[in-house]
Design a protein around this ligand. Structure first.
Ligand code: HEM
Length: 204
């Protein structure tokens, strides 16, 4: 049985970083030259992680729906406060919930396929970010969901979810969370600015 405390132990996704998303980890001198930007940037994905994540794509194609379905089960058990955010899906009933699980499975699979060519995902990420902002998702929600995703992978894949696979996915999820959070932050800011302009035009 996988565990999911819902307390965000993965520590992903709460810092603002550039929009470029995960990149292969540069050599040490590159890393050192970025000192001052803080250690352990989560948008930098190790080459070995890319390799492992890509290798899991066929398994995710086959079991993705089962994994994300289980993920939501674990998540709503650990964090019932997150369920109401799924107003257009899980709150409508299990059938809509299953469709949401399928959409998430599709995006996780696409990420596994294209983790090293993220430009292919930029439209999809933009769409997800728009939907997240509409649902009022905030950065702090990403770590608990990431934990539950890993717990679900463990449950569904059993022995195939080796420590190496789980470590790689922990890192990869963190990087994807960073990209989504970053884009969502931008959209929230754009909305704030638009609201400000409306208010200003009313008094001008
Ligand atoms: C990297 C992590 C995540 C990915 C890849 C992801 C992916 C997706 C996708 C593909 C959709 C469907 C978009 C559509 O309707 O076409 C979606 C919707 C949604 N996601 Fe995420 N998501 C992530 C993290 C989260 C987190 C942390 C939360 C927080 C609880 C969340 C909450 C939602 C909600 C509420 C919806 C809309 C469903 C509804 O309105 O009922 N997602 N996400």
């Amino acid at each position: 049985m996988g565990e999911c405390t819902g307390h965000g132990d993965l520590d992903v996704g709460s810092r603002g970083v550039g929009r470029s998303g995960p990149r292969r980890m540069e050599d040490q001198s590159d890393r050192n030259s970025r000192e001052g930007q803080g250690p352990g940037r989560k948008d930098v994905v190790k080459p070995s992680t890319i390799e492992i994540v890509k290798a899991t794509a066929p398994v995710l194609k086959e079991h993705g729906q089962e994994i994300t379905q289980r993920m939501y089960e674990i998540a709503f058990e650990a964090r019932p406060d997150l369920r109401p955010f799924f107003g257009k899906t899980w709150m409508q009933g299990p059938e809509e919930g299953r469709k949401q699980a399928a959409r998430l499975a599709g995006s996780v699979y696409a990420y596994a396929l294209h983790i090293d060519e993220l430009e292919k995902l930029s439209k999809a990420i933009d769409h997800i970010a728009q939907v997240h902002v509409e649902a009022k998702i905030i950065p702090e929600m990403y770590p608990p969901i990431g934990e539950c995703l890993l717990a679900a992978m463990k449950d569904v894949l059993g022995d195939a979810a080796t420590p190496e696979v789980l470590d790689a996915w922990e890192e990869a999820y963190g990087a994807l969370a960073e990209i989504c959070i970053d884009r969502e932050r931008e959209i929230y800011r754009e909305q704030e600015r638009a609201l400000f302009e409306v208010e200003r035009s009313r008094v001008a």
